[in-house]
Design a protein around this ligand. Structure first.
Ligand code: F6P
Length: 544
């Protein structure tokens, strides 16, 4: 049935009308137990959604809507490997990547958990060799620098995790420096190559398809740089300086990655859901295989919780359904991701891809156009930095914005560094202060109403706080799995396929069509007056 015709949706529509004029400050003053009522904890994560514009009735209606849309059944389909990515005719089995080794999951008669474990073993061998200084470059010196070349899901997850978990580097005899290169224009690579030592640099070419032009262009540039610097033949360079990670073995081999340096994964792992696979090699190099497996265990713990916990305790389901409430019933279409921890610097960019590439769609599973909103505009920044940038709009602008505050409760507690501990306390104070003012506005002050209008804070901006006990590989795995499942919950309610991304294809084709006219001013170009005009101007500026 069409989502908007579901009884739960209809009930939520009239409930929203009744609640529309109610300010969060009224909800808090009417109910001293909001925190107890509207917070849940699973393992190392706590979700406080008491600053959302909801009542117990809202939650009941959301639960009804989730049941109307058969959320439980869809979760089961996801986990058991049903081909729910229908437009690409395949399952979405990122959850299989974090299943314990003693479990089995059969896909077309084949136990894929055994494949996953085999792959982890291959990763472990590579990590061990590099950590032990046994992986040597063309001159015989041990590799000490890793450059991951990839884009989108082949970049953002590993980059985010390496930054988030840098406190967990194992003590190894051969410390590594890690870089991430994604930009098509070569600017990151150009800056890096000036400062890298070719004989000790290893490139990981990460690409699910191994056809992404951004990645292949950077990979080719890197190989040419190595060739020029070393004067060594291709075969040796490929063997000593390149690892490939892909679901496309054939393309990896064609490019020249030697079979022993190929790490595979499977078409049932979506690009933006792939950091748990061999795409996570940079993470394993950063925090060791042990840390990587802790991250997988954390995610698995969230998987089990998502699969089994009842709706009212189910953290990803609640996070997803609250988003549905804000987007479809309170008409809020902007979502800010605000980590209060510098180590989560890349979380906003990661979630931008995860959420917007998954649910930024307007066609239902039945091929109809949606007549309701789906994924909001998502953006974010480290919270304290954003306070000095875009919080002005959150506090006094005209847009309603829902916010996720994400913070670890404990940090630096065992370092003995009291200055840093104080900085953490200061950060938490800011996190709590901002969430409080966004919710309650200047009613938190005694004499707010006497202030001139430009100094007033209207509040009523809903937020959720995700409090992590402490940021570790395990809790980090839980956090990312939480958001993956949240995205899935919303896709079920919106009746869309979150696992394809057809909206990115036309741009790739059009760019290919534009290469020739850009290179050759005499090539026929008859696009549109803007594109033609820009082409002519570029030719003139390039002296063509
Ligand atoms: O073009 C979008 C996209 O396909 C993403 O979904 C993906 O994460 C990214 O490009 C990179 O793709 P690949 O890993 O195949 O290079």
């Amino acid at each position: 049935m069409h989502p908007t015709q579901q009884p739960g949706w209809i009930a939520l529509s009239s409930h929203a009308k009744a609640l529309k004029e109610t300010h969060l400050r009224d909800l808090f003053s009417q109910d001293g137990q909001r925190f107890e009522r509207f917070s849940v904890k699973h393992d190392e994560l706590m979700l406080d959604f008491s600053k959302q514009r909801i009542t117990t009735e809202t939650i009941q209606h959301l639960k009804a809507l989730a049941n109307d849309c058969q959320l439980k059944l869809w979760i089961e389909k996801l986990f058991c490997g049903e081909k729910i990515n229908t437009s690409e005719d395949r399952p979405a089995l990122h959850t299989a990547l974090r299943q314990p080794a003693d479990k089995a999951l059969y896909l077309e008669g084949h136990n894929i958990i055994a494949d996953v474990q085999e792959n982890l073993e291959h990763m472990a061998e590579i990590v061990e060799r590099i950590h032990a200084g046994q992986w040597r470059g063309y001159s015989g010196q041990p590799i000490d620098t890793i450059v991951n070349i990839g884009v989108g899901g082949s970049d953002l997850g590993p980059m985010m995790a390496c930054r988030a978990l840098s406190d967990f580097q194992p003590l190894i005899s051969n410390p590594l420096t890690m870089h991430f290169v994604s930009s098509m224009d070569g600017s990151q690579l150009a800056d890096l190559l000036d400062n890298l030592k070719p004989e000790t640099t290893l490139f990981i070419i990460s690409s699910k398809s191994f056809t992404t032009i951004d990645t292949l262009s950077n990979a080719n540039t890197a190989r040419e740089w190595l060739k020029k610097a070393s004067g060594v033949r291709d075969e040796l360079l490929n063997r000593r300086h390149f690892i490939g990670v892909s679901a496309n073995q054939e393309k990896m081999s064609q490019w020249g990655i030697t079979p022993k340096s190929q790490l595979n994964f499977w078409d049932w792992t979506g690009g933006r859901y792939s950091m748990w696979s061999a795409i996570g090699l940079p993470i394993a190099l950063k925090i060791g295989m042990h840390g990587f497996k802790d991250m997988l265990s954390g995610a698995h713990s969230m998987d089990e919780h998502f699969l089994h916990a009842p709706f009212e305790e189910n953290v990803p389901t609640l996070l997803g359904m609250i988003g549905i409430w804000n987007i479809n019933f309170l008409n809020i279409h902007a979502h800010a991701i605000l980590p209060y921890d510098g180590r989560l610097k890349h979380l906003p960019a990661y979630l931008e891809q995860l959420e917007m590439e998954s649910n930024g769609k307007s066609t239902t599973r039945q091929g109809e156009k949606t007549d309701y909103h789906t994924c909001p505009i998502l953006w974010g920044e480290i919270g304290p930095n954003a306070q000095h940038a875009f919080y002005q709009l959150l506090h006094q602008g005209t847009e309603s914005v829902m916010c996720d505050f994400i913070a670890p409760a404990r940090r630096y507690h065992d370092t003995g560094n009291s200055e840093l501990q104080q900085q953490h306390t200061l950060t938490l104070a800011n996190c709590l202060a901002q969430a409080r003012i966004l919710a309650l506005g200047d009613s938190v002050l005694d004499n707010s109403t006497s202030a001139p209008r430009h100094m007033r804070y209207h509040g009523n901006q809903p937020s959720t706080t995700v409090l992590v006990d402490e940021l570790t590989p395990y809790s980090f795995g839980q956090l990312i799995a939480l958001y993956e499942h949240k995205v899935f919950v919303q896709s079920v309610i919106w009746d869309i396929n979150p696992f394809d991304q057809w909206g990115v294809e036309l741009g790739k084709k059009m760019a290919t069509n534009l290469l020739q006219p850009l290179n050759d001013p005499l090539a026929e170009a008859n696009f549109d007056s803007s594109t033609d005009g820009l082409l002519n101007t570029i030719h003139r500026l390039q002296g063509k």
